[in-house]
Design a protein around this ligand. Structure first.
Ligand code: FES
Ligand code: MG
Length: 587
């Protein structure tokens, strides 16, 4: 057992506060713990439980926690399990994005205010992962991520039907009249065949992969499907390792370095990861007190090739990806190519490079070699111009059809121009998109505003708008879209997302009008409305687009506090709180 005095001993074994110690201890007796267990200097390991009936993607963590407890006990620690604020991507209205910062705040308070020496972060559904990592970074006690794992590969009508992605595809088929409502529902239901989170490379798979890439989970953890026996074994090993982390005093601040964050940016490109990784990594970097700039995505991510043939950018789903070698196999390729910082520390106690020894991919159909990728430049294109200071585009989902229609001007192969059709929020989009008066054609650019952190509130996944039904019936399945909100990580549409500042903050989108021409140049990274300065200045005198009222206290607080997506949609008041476990709370 460790000689170092543990944080929890300040509560449970503190001779200077005999009265308080008695009070702190007694109520833990009421479910059978003994005073010896809590007072003999054994590491107390929190299990931050993100699963519940309301968080189905993470619900099996309730069972996995039993194996985590076994591991903690076998390594000499004491498990203490507690709930985190539920975050369920698909069901939380007006958007689950509101809850990342709320779950973060809650977990910071728990980790700081209770006798916890180290923590197992149970993660899965999209925001549960960044929220947990942000909190661990702020508090800076030894922490390890246990991903819940994805659902099994889902099949509909004999074809792989990835989470989310099948919804976007079915909604197009429904609009085209190819399927009816019942068939739409059936496709959706069949895409969820087992416990676990989304089985595409959506935000959940992405953020768990990036947690591993940053060194926060045991090697190979992220991609193990939820229902595999390996998942329970990983839970056990993670519990064991959590105790050792406390003994070794290995903390997030030693792991979450700038190099670790840049590794995550690179891995995100190679897996065809979710655009949501951008604000989440920005938020994690801020919580860790590490620099990660907007340009880092362009400088370190854009040129990385797409190696994972996984939906939505590719063909396969999580089971095949895991069996092909998962995240370590992707990182192995990057390390061999010399683009990964392999010296970074990880929760294994070894460096990234050491963890990757012998981890080459075993299925080259799913995980491509560095020099034979699915696509050469797969990272996010960072864009700027008179519509926004910052936005990103996931170039690896730009289809051939889209390229043919939009990106084919001789001499400007990566430039396109179109006529803007502007919507104020998704209600407006749904009400008007099929109105023939709008004149949407195959050269239109759909724009949605009022969907950013302040406008929605919470930044909604609404930018991946589909064309009007009549265009879909004519075979035009996607148009360029631009918005100050987000798009689902499972979406396969070429959207320009996270426009910052958003319209509700007076960004350029607020002054755009339907009928204006927009030019997007992926080579120069510019996106502009072709409207002259004087006209924009005149429009700025007019009223800004309306923003709905806050419906809950938190929505109001969120709006007062949230930064733009370019900066991670973090809370202003949380800025500057780092390593707060160094200052124990008052008795
Ligand atoms: Fe929870 Fe996708 S909805 S992981
Ligand atoms: Mg989502």
């Amino acid at each position: 057992m460790t000689k170092r005095r543990l944080r929890s001993q300040d509560w449970f074994d503190n001779p200077d506060h005999a009265d308080m110690t008695a009070l702190y201890l007694e109520r833990f007796m009421n479910y059978g713990l003994t005073p010896e267990e809590l007072t003999e200097g054994r590491p107390i390991i929190g299990i931050a439980q993100s699963g519940s009936d309301l968080a189905p993607c993470n619900r099996h963590h309730i069972d996995l926690a039993k194996r985590v407890r076994d591991g903690i006990r076998d390594a000499g620690g004491i498990p203490i399990e507690f709930p985190t604020h539920p975050v369920f991507e698909n069901c939380r209205r007006p958007t689950a994005a509101l809850d990342r910062n709320l779950a973060y705040l809650g977990l910071v308070e728990v980790l700081h205010g209770y006798p916890i020496d180290g923590v197992v972060l149970t993660t899965g559904c999209d925001k549960t992962t960044p929220a947990a990592i942000m909190a661990a970074a702020t508090v800076d006690i030894p922490a390890i991520v246990l991903s819940g794992g994805a659902m099994l590969d889902s099949v509909h009508e004999g074809r792989l039907a990835g989470s989310g992605t099948v919804i976007w595809q079915s909604r197009r088929r429904y609009a085209a009249g190819e399927i009816d409502r019942a068939e739409f529902l059936e496709a959706a239901l069949e895409s969820a065949p087992s416990i676990g989170h989304c089985n595409t490379m959506g935000t959940a798979s992405t953020m768990n992969a990036l947690a591993e890439a940053m060194g926060l989970s045991l090697t190979g953890c992220a991609a193990i499907p939820a229902a595999y026996r390996e998942r329970g074994q990983m839970a056990y090993r993670t519990g064991r390792r959590a105790v050792e982390l406390v003994t070794e005093d290995l903390r997030p601040s030693q792991i979450l370095t700038r190099d670790a964050l840049l590794n995550a940016v690179r891995v995100n490109a190679a897996i065809g990861g979710s655009t949501n990784a951008q604000p989440h990594l920005a938020a994690i970097a801020e919580a860790a007190g590490v620099e990660l700039t907007r340009d880092d995505w362009q400088i370190h991510g854009y040129d990385i090739p797409l190696l994972a043939d996984v939906q939505p950018a590719g063909r396969f789903l999580s089971e095949r990806f895991h069996r092909a070698g998962g995240v370590p196999a992707i990182m192995w390729e990057l390390a061999e190519a010399g683009v990964l910082a392999t010296g970074c520390a990880t929760v294994t106690g070894r460096s990234i490079g050491e963890n990757l020894a012998g981890r080459e991919a075993t299925d080259r159909e799913v995980i491509r070699p560095w020099d034979a990728p699915l696509m050469k430049r797969a990272g996010f294109r960072v864009l700027t111009g008179n519509l926004f200071d910052f936005a990103i585009m996931k170039t690896c989902v730009i289809s051939e059809d889209f390229r043919r229609r939009f990106l084919s001007e001789p001499g400007h192969e990566n430039r396109f121009e179109g006529r803007a059709v502007v919507f104020d929020g998704s209600e407006d989009y749904h009400a008007r998109i099929n109105d023939p008066e709008l004149g949407v054609d195959d050269r239109s650019i759909l724009v949605i505003r009022g969907s950013g952190p302040l406008g929605w509130p919470g930044a909604a996944e609404v930018v991946n708008m589909q064309p009007p039904d009549r265009l879909i019936r004519a075979g035009i399945t996607s148009l360029p879209t631009i918005g100050d909100g987000r798009q689902s990580g499972t979406a396969d549409s070429p959207s320009i997302v996270h426009a910052s500042p958003e319209s509700a903050e007076g960004g350029g989108l607020a002054w755009l009008r339907s009928g204006d021409r927009i030019r997007i140049d992926l080579d120069t990274g510019r996106c502009d409305m072709l409207v002259d300065e004087a006209e924009i200045a005149r429009r700025r005198q007019e009223a800004a687009p309306p923003v709905p009222e806050a419906q809950t206290p938190w929505q109001k607080i969120y709006r007062q506090e949230a930064t733009q997506l370019s900066d991670g949609a973090t809370l202003r008041s949380a800025k500057g709180f780092h390593r707060i476990s160094r200052r124990p709370p008052r008795h």
